[in-house]
Design a protein. Structure first.
Length: 290
């Protein structure tokens, strides 16, 4: 199928983009960045925006930069930008590990980190990263800038706190401690398919005990989030298989699992149990270069 007719606008600055969006948003105007989510649903006419504001010609929006404390990911930074570590920090290795699980290579060349957050698919790997690492999202409109914490940004399945006339300009991720460990695991039926469940864990070791534990789960509920119940099990404990199983059990018990025509609630709960345990196991098996 072909998309319904639309008008494409091509701003050259962020100021032009938000001004155009303010004008066309009431007519279901949308932002076009990578287009790897929006264009397919337009082709099936599940979305029929009358206007697209194409931000790909705005200079600098493809950049990923760091100030020594925070990684700044601009609106047109592609998934492929993270194939290799973008910063000399465990965060760089974490993003590179996660990136290889996103869809297929041609999609990673066009799709964008910030676009994934704006689309807010529950199975999105980048949404899971943002939720687990407490990202800050910067949105801009003709009214000015607004900073949104990740735990307030995701509002359900493909729903966010972005207002219709706001452009997601940048995502900010705090750098990890130099001694941080992490593990990631997801389950999908085939490589490149949407994850049915995924887990990201990050922690530090102090005198052999886990501290600053973070356990995030995506693909299992309406939006990704940290699971305090699993983090509490890990905190202050020595990494070991029985501990990891206990944390995985706590994670499985804490979720309100999605159900669909393929997966019932209990199966998805089992998947969460598996991916959390495997993510924790990988955190001690693999040395991640900074």
């Amino acid at each position: 199928m072909k998309p319904a007719p639309f008008i494409r606008h091509v701003p050259s600055t962020i100021a032009e983009a938000v001004a155009m969006l303010a004008e066309v948003a009431p007519q279901d105007g949308r932002i076009l960045a990578g287009g790897q989510s929006l264009v397919p649903i337009m082709a099936f006419r599940l979305a029929k925006p009358a206007h697209l504001v194409d931000i790909n010609e705005i200079a600098g929006l493809e950049k990923v930069t760091c100030d020594g404390r925070t990684l700044f990911i601009r609106a047109c930074a592609r998934h492929a930008a993270f194939h290799r570590p973008v910063v000399d920090n465990p965060l760089g290795a974490l993003l590179a590990t996660v990136a290889k699980h996103i869809a297929h290579y041609p999609i990673r060349l066009r799709g964008t980190f910030c676009g994934s957050l704006a689309h807010a698919d529950p199975a999105s790997e980048w949404c899971l990263v943002a939720a687990t690492l407490d990202a800050t999202i910067m949105a801009k409109s003709i009214r000015g800038e607004r900073l949104i914490a990740a735990n307030e940004f995701f509002a359900g399945i493909m729903s966010t706190a972005l207002r219709e006339d706001e452009l997601l300009v940048e995502t900010r991720l705090p750098l990890l401690a130099r001694d941080a460990r992490f593990g990631f695991n997801e389950f999908s039926r085939r490589a490149g398919d949407f994850a049915m469940s995924a887990a990201l864990v990050v922690y530090r070791l102090h005198d052999g005990k886990i501290t600053e534990a973070r356990v995030g789960v995506g693909g299992a509920e309406a939006n990704p989030r940290r699971l305090a119940e699993a983090e509490a099990v890990l905190e202050g404990q020595t990494p070991a298989a029985p501990l990891f199983r206990a944390a995985a059990e706590a994670a499985a018990a804490a979720i309100d699992p999605l159900e669909d025509h393929q997966i019932d609630a209990e199966y998805r709960r089992d998947l969460v149990r598996a991916v959390v345990r495997r993510a924790l196991e990988s955190s001690v098996r693999v040395t991640h270069p900074c």
